[in-house]
Write a protein that binds this ligand. Sequence first.
Ligand SMILES: [Fe+2]
Length: 195
Amino acid sequence: MVFVMKVDRFDEDVAVARLAEIVALECGMDQTAAKRLRIAAALHDIGKRKIPAAIITKPSKLTTREFEIMKTHTALGAQMLGCVHGEMNELAASCCRYHHEWWDGSQSYWGLRAEELPAYIRIVSLCDVYIALIAKRPYKEVWPRKDAADYIKKMAGKQFDPALAEIFIPLVSDGPRIRKPAEYPANCIHAVKRR
Ligand SMILES: [Fe+2]
């Protein structure tokens, strides 16, 4: 049994959040922290609410100018959430701001790379891309899960933390049944091992 979820445009954020919680638990995050990450991850794209609908729903490739506007959803989301102080808001604002950073920094919006990015951001980034690939978008069809998993594998070490990708792939590929969040022990021992 594997992680299987039908995703449409409106529940993508929830799908990212649910998957992020599962991946966080698999990486050894405790249940309370993983649940907090799920809530924060659900808000990672909230800044898109401030992007013109003509760009969000455009059925073809964005122009350079449109893409630059789209990129601002990271800052807009962080601003929307950052105006209220509190640990939860700061976590969510950070997910907004940094979820498009790349592990090797080559395409990072904010210039961060590797372990400059907290582990929870690396989790949200990877889950966000995976869910986007298996979802239908105005400009693309649904990717088969295997192709999406292959993309994650191919981009490990470039776009994604390679150690995290190694943990992630079995969760979305044929293999042992994935556990529900409640089935994880309070202190899961499968920590992400750094090389
Ligand atoms: Fe985004």
